[in-house]
Design a protein. Structure first.
Length: 115
């Protein structure tokens, strides 16, 4: 059974940086897009960034210019480089692989931005 495993979360001061990674534990095929979502306490899960097979990217307005999504197709891994972090970026971050057969989700990694 395929599982997505995220890493790289933690506590960081405002203005700091973190890099999240998400890797699939098994073979996964027909991935159309990889993305990152986040859910803050008491709020709904929201999309942060998505990258397609062709390399096209989309970002939430709140993170444009600060976050960068990238992928390694050979490793079925997606990354999220987060710079200039703000307290409002605090949330549990989830990776998502959208395939022809359905969606896979990671277990989530906590990102806390606080002084």
């Amino acid at each position: 059974q395929v599982q997505l495993v995220e890493s790289g979360g933690g506590l960081v001061q405002p203005g700091g940086s973190l890099r999240l990674s998400c890797a699939a534990s098994g073979s996964i095929f027909n991935i159309n897009a990889m993305g990152w979502y986040r859910q803050a306490l008491g709020k709904q899960r929201e999309p942060v960034a998505v990258i397609t097979n062709g390399g096209s990217t989309n970002y939430a307005d709140s993170v444009k210019g600060r976050f960068t999504i990238s992928r390694d197709n050979a490793k079925n891994t997606v990354y999220l480089q987060m710079n200039s972090l703000k307290p409002e970026d605090t949330a549990v971050y989830y990776c998502n692989y959208a395939t022809t057969w359905g969606n896979y989700w990671g277990q989530g990694t906590q990102v806390t931005v606080s002084s």
